[in-house]
Design a protein around this ligand. Structure first.
Ligand code: NAD
Length: 289
């Protein structure tokens, strides 16, 4: 079994680290927030006062942090503190440019490193069913499998460094557009006198079907487990969708791409996040009436 350092024991990182303990790995954790540390300790993670101490004996170092600036700062602190041969895995959602930057920094210090962002949310983190999108070399991908497996339902090697983050940013831009489009369809249906249930039954068996209606249905009733039935408690918070769309807009600018729908979705979510950052992102339907 492997000694794994886990930095960032928040909503996602906490349960992910707990699943590594459950699989028999030794997990050395660090998080600056005392409540996160307390929960981690209760889940069998050995915690340390600093990130540098947490990585000192690690064969694998996983980061699950809020943003790219923080990941870069943490890498500056811990690179060289880990033993020779340690493998670095960053599962935070950050820009492709930042992912390539930290990979280069790790390589300069002699470490293999992959980007491995996830989809599946807090539920998937707790259940150990996250989808991992990995960017990195074949060797680093193969070496990471044992650490990723207990946290994963699916692991896809998307390509070279940054490809995991590229997949994540494209998926979430697509999801944002779909969630808005599903909201527009329910609003129009209501105005045409069609019931929510009838629209749901038709679309989920027809060509308009997608996760944004089938699982994350934005009106209460047709899909009883969707956040709309629970006052739009996330789920996937609007603040996080807004963050991911910011990364998508940066990628569009960097690459000179055109994405008229993605760009409009980013504008709508930016405005919605100013008032409703904590609601599930399906609540955007309430701004479409
Ligand atoms: P979170 O804010 O709950 O957790 C982040 C943790 O990092 C916090 O506990 C914080 O104290 C800790 N932290 C801050 N600075 C640190 C440092 N220097 N060293 C170690 N720990 C530090 O966020 P989250 O929801 O767990 O998300 C983490 C990442 O996963 C983000 O990049 C997010 O975009 C991504 N993500 C989140 C979800 C989701 O549904 N929550 C889904 C997919 C991806």
């Amino acid at each position: 079994m492997t000694t794994i350092a886990f930095l960032g024991l928040g909503n996602m990182g906490g349960p992910m680290a707990a699943n590594l303990v459950g699989a028999g790995h030794t997990v050395h954790g660090f998080d600056p927030v005392p409540e996160a540390v307390k929960t981690a300790q209760a889940n069998g993670i050995e915690t340390f006062p600093t990130a540098v101490e947490a990585v000192a004996a690690a064969e694998v170092v996983i980061t699950m942090l809020p943003n790219g600036a923080l990941v870069k700062k943490v890498y500056d602190d811990i690179l060289q503190a880990a033993p020779t041969g340690a493998l670095f895995i960053d599962s935070s959602t950050i820009s492709v440019a930042d992912a390539r930057d930290i990979n280069a920094k790790a390589a300069e210090s002699g470490y293999a490193q992959i980007d491995a962002p996830v989809s599946g949310g807090v539920k998937g983190a707790a259940a150990g069913t996250l989808a991992f999108m990995v960017g990195g070399t074949d060797e680093a991908f193969a070496a990471a499998r044992g650490a990723l497996d207990p946290m994963a339902g699916k692991i896809i090697h998307c390509g070279a460094t940054g490809a995991g983050q590229a997949a994540k940013v494209c998926n979430n831009m697509l999801l944002a557009v779909q969630q808005i489009a599903v909201g527009e369809a329910f609003v129009l249906a209501e105005k045409l006198g069609l019931s929510d249930q009838a629209l749901y039954d038709v679309v989920t068996g027809a060509t308009g079907n997608c996760w944004a209606i089938e699982t994350n249905c934005p009106v209460p009733g047709p899909q009883p487990t969707s956040p709309a039935n629970n006052e739009y408690k996330p789920g996937f918070a609007t603040a996080l969708m807004n963050k991911d769309l910011g990364l998508a807009m940066d990628a569009i600018a960097d690459t000179g791409s055109r994405a008229p729908l993605g760009t409009h979705a980013a504008q709508l979510y930016k405005a919605f996040a100013e008032q409703h950052a904590d609601l599930d992102f399906s609540a955007i339907i309430t701004a479409l009436h």
